[in-house]
Design a protein. Structure first.
Length: 224
């Protein structure tokens, strides 16, 4: 009688364990499906800004070669410090410093106005093409990918040690720290809140022109 009772209890638990495992599998699957759907949507939105087949090929190259979100919390920052980054679709917004112009990138802002809280990473493999001070961009790096796309990282607080023009970099490689340099002579900082200005430039007929990286960033962030 007892044996039969024990077997029934075991059987009942088996059913419960099966239900829990099934639930976990369903939740994980749902999470992956939602993430995948979001990634696909943001890819489509990114592609939508390209008008013809030639530029769509460039967009496909960008999607293929970019694998890393450009800002990552510095691991030396205290875990208790609530430091986050955020950004919105401010591409094309008006700017006035240095003359009336359009904003040619996306600003990834730090929630805490302190330098070096975020490490800046290359979004793709490539070669360092430009390094140094720009009146608008402050300390900046320009990295040319193998497909010819130019990725622009501006307002850095400082560079990764020894990084120089001609260096090969890998996607995800640390290249410098987030800062707020620029809008003046070399060394000027503090004219605006701490952020990374991230830009993408593609070749066109006359030279290079910027495109909107917003949906690419969303995709790299897995649509967080
Ligand atoms: Zn900007």
């Amino acid at each position: 009688m007892d044996k039969l009772k024990n077997r029934n209890i075991r059987f009942r638990y088996k059913k419960e364990i099966f239900a829990v495992v099934l639930c976990i599998i369903l939740c994980v699957s749902l999470h992956y499906i939602c993430t995948w759907e979001c990634v696909m949507k943001t890819e489509c939105r990114f592609m939508a800004q390209f008008e013809n087949n030639k530029s769509r090929k460039v967009a496909a190259d960008i999607i293929k070669e970019c694998s890393v979100f450009p800002a990552a919390k510095n691991e030396n920052v205290n875990r208790e410090d609530k430091v986050n980054c955020y950004y919105e679709n401010g591409y094309g917004d008006g700017r006035s410093f240095g003359g009336k112009r359009k904003h040619e990138g996306i600003d990834i802002m730090s929630s805490v106005d302190k330098k070096c809280l975020f490490k800046i990473r290359s979004v793709s493999d490539g070669t360092v093409e430009k390094k140094g001070w720009l009146k608008l961009g402050g300390y900046r790096l320009g990295i040319r990918s193998d497909s010819g796309i130019y990725y622009y990282y501006a307002h850095l607080a400082s560079y990764a040690d020894n990084i120089k023009c001609g260096d090969r970099v890998k996607a995800g490689q640390f290249i410098g720290y987030m800062g707020n340099t620029g809008y003046g002579d070399e060394g000027t900082s503090g004219k605006f809140p701490m952020h990374l200005h991230f830009g993408i430039y593609i070749k066109d007929g006359t030279g290079e022109s910027s495109i909107n990286p917003f949906y690419l960033l969303k995709k790299l962030e897995k649509c967080r």
